[in-house]
Design a protein around this ligand. Structure first.
Ligand SMILES: Nc1ncnc2c1ncn2[C@@H]1O[C@H](COP(=O)(O)OP(=O)(O)OP(=O)(O)O)[C@@H](O)[C@H]1O
Length: 303
């Protein structure tokens, strides 16, 4: 396995007498998009602020490329690129001149070839000589992404990168974020509350709730592992009780005219057989993958 770019070890934040982050640990690897998902007030911003040295750490540590953000700030932060919600741009300059301006402020010179390469990576090559004031919000976000990539960071931290974008803009930025991770090998850490978006954008997702990391899984595991089978059956309440007694592991739930059970595909024929043998009337059986949204609501108990 590749070495982690970010190692978060037992990170804790106490403000006054309130523990906001309760010792969370997670790693982010090169070439992956890691989603940091949680309900409002769960502690995402606090965690990110500690990760980039904007806030002191009460206990535990954050290492970026092996350097402690507290003890070796300059070295650690030199590997980080990031964009905040709306990147600041000079609107009367072209996209290209904005990148040049920004490049001049960096401690190490950026080669022209690198700028061209990044412009291409974010798909702005045709419009880069136009003034930013004529750019759509989506194009500005992509220019922000290009700006964050100029110094070739190993880690990109994006806070709500799709905020304010229309569906086309969201799709674009998602494509480029995935490209940055998968083609440039950069570790991308994205915080967002947009669940379906995270499902499409990320390779792995960490869910935070009340300052605790409740789960870290690949998106495939999140949505794949739990197959829910919907059964239209009568009498439905009796069927639920029957399953609860005979197959409690299937965790039957009734919603409207359907009963949902956590049964894998292989289990379905025997289940239908047993139900039919017990005089239940089955009208329809369908299998649905649970979406990240269902899983998220389940894990955070609907918060
Ligand atoms: N300086 C502070 N003093 C006291 N409590 C704070 C402070 N900063 C944050 N908190 C509390 O810590 C908790 C986590 O806040 P945080 O902003 O990290 O959550 P979040 O997951 O980023 O939420 P959101 O999605 O709403 O931005 C909240 O309950 C918040 O009220």
């Amino acid at each position: 396995m590749k070495k982690a770019i970010v190692e978060i070890k037992n990170l804790k934040k106490v403000i006054g007498d309130k523990t906001i982050i309760h010792g969370i640990s997670m790693d982010v690897f090169p070439g992956e998009v890691f989603g940091f998902l949680g309900p409002n007030g769960a502690g995402k911003t606090t965690t990110i602020r500690m990760m980039v040295g904007l806030m002191g750490i009460t206990e535990g540590e954050v290492l970026i490329n092996g350097f402690s953000i507290e003890k070796n700030f300059e070295k650690a932060i030199s590997h980080v690129g990031g964009i905040i919600e709306n990147p600041e741009m000079y609107k009367f300059l072209s996209g290209y001149d904005n990148l040049l301006q920004y490049a001049r402020m960096l401690p190490d010179p950026v080669k022209k070839e690198r700028i061209d390469e990044i412009v291409k990576l974010v798909g702005l090559e045709k419009r880069i000589q136009e003034k930013v004031k004529g750019y759509s919000l989506g194009m500005r976000q992509r220019l922000g992404l290009a700006q964050a990539l100029l110094h070739s960071p190993a880690l990109l931290i994006l806070d709500e990168p799709t905020n304010g974008l229309d569906p086309a803009g969201i799709r674009e930025i998602r494509t480029y974020i995935r490209k940055v991770a998968h083609e440039e090998g950069i570790a991308v850490f994205v915080s967002s509350h947009m669940l379906s978006e995270m499902q499409m954008m990320c390779d792995r997702i960490g869910i935070i709730q009340d300052g605790r990391l409740v789960s870290v899984e690949t998106v495939g595991d999140f949505v794949g592992e739990k197959v829910s089978t919907a059964i239209e059956i009568e009498p439905i309440e009796k069927a639920r009780e029957f399953i609860e007694q005979t197959f409690p592991e299937l965790n039957p739930k009734v919603n409207g005219a359907k009963m949902f059970v956590s049964a894998s595909r292989e289990k379905v024929p025997s289940l239908v057989k047993v139900l039919a043998e017990n005089d239940f009337e089955i009208y329809q059986v369908s299998s649905e993958n649970s979406t990240l949204e269902e899983k998220f609501l389940e894990m955070t108990e609907g918060k």
